[in-house]
Design a protein around this ligand. Structure first.
Ligand SMILES: Nc1nc2c(ncn2[C@@H]2O[C@H](COP(=O)(O)OP(=O)(O)OP(=O)(O)O)[C@@H](O)[C@H]2O)c(=O)[nH]1
Ligand SMILES: C=C(OP(=O)(O)O)C(=O)O
Length: 196
């Protein structure tokens, strides 16, 4: 049976505001944020089952750079992260998922496996600590209904989403802090000039 590819929404704050907990971890903060996003987008585009990646942002520099990587851009006209994702998802026809822009070590095969594991259900992948969310997949024909933010894994579970905990270390390692950055640098998987 033909299974249509997933549209992956990648939300990204304006570069100057994003990843505030990483401020000081690299000489040029905006360059670091963009490098994380670029690596995330490239990996997502290379994953089997992904039809396209749409970056949800209002930052013109990030939009232009990420278009250059092959992503599309959806206008960010939301009040906050979940509102922006909700609005962008409502405009997508077909399967939709959301992935944060801070997964620079992501291996495409791990994302492909997670999307396959969702198996047409509403599902999410928690971060390495099991507290946050690194991937939310909408049930076919249903709203994305994102609950990102503090304690989002539990919040997504409360909405009936299946918790997927495969052996996906690069998918589950979002980079929020300098310690997270050190972990992915240690793996040697950060393929970006600014953060290498
Ligand atoms: N479009 C959009 N993206 C957002 C918004 N808030 C957060 N994001 C993005 O959502 C993803 C997950 O958010 P966080 O990991 O908390 O990142 P952050 O808010 O940039 O980082 P901190 O400032 O350190 O909290 C990141 O890719 C953010 O850039 C928002 O209001 N609009
Ligand atoms: C917004 C989130 O990201 P973080 O906890 O990494 O800031 C989340 O996990 O829902």
């Amino acid at each position: 049976m033909y299974a249509p590819g997933v549209t992956v929404l990648v939300p990204l704050k304006p570069l100057a505001e994003a990843k505030s907990r990483l401020r000081g971890a690299a000489p040029d903060h905006e360059d670091l944020v963009l490098a994380l996003a670029r690596a995330t987008v490239r990996a997502a585009l290379a994953a089997a089952g992904v039809a396209r990646v749409l970056v949800v942002t209002r930052d013109p520099v990030a939009a232009a750079e990420l278009r250059g990587c092959g992503a599309g851009v959806a206008a960010d006209d939301g009040r906050d992260l979940n509102d922006a994702l909700r609005r962008a998802a409502a405009a997508v026809a077909g399967p939709v998922a959301a992935l944060p822009a801070d997964l620079p070590a992501l291996r495409p095969a791990e994302l492909a496996q997670a999307l396959a594991a969702a198996g047409g259900r509403r599902a999410f992948v928690p971060d390495a600590d099991g507290v946050g969310t690194v991937l939310l997949v909408a049930a076919p024909g249903r709203p994305l209904d994102p609950r990102f933010g503090a304690g989002s894994a539990a919040a997504h579970e409360r909405t009936g989403a299946a918790r997927l905990t495969g052996d996906w270390p690069t998918l589950r390692r979002d980079v929020d802090t300098a310690d997270d950055l050190a972990v992915v640098r240690g793996w040697g998987l950060l393929r970006t000039g600014a953060t290498a």
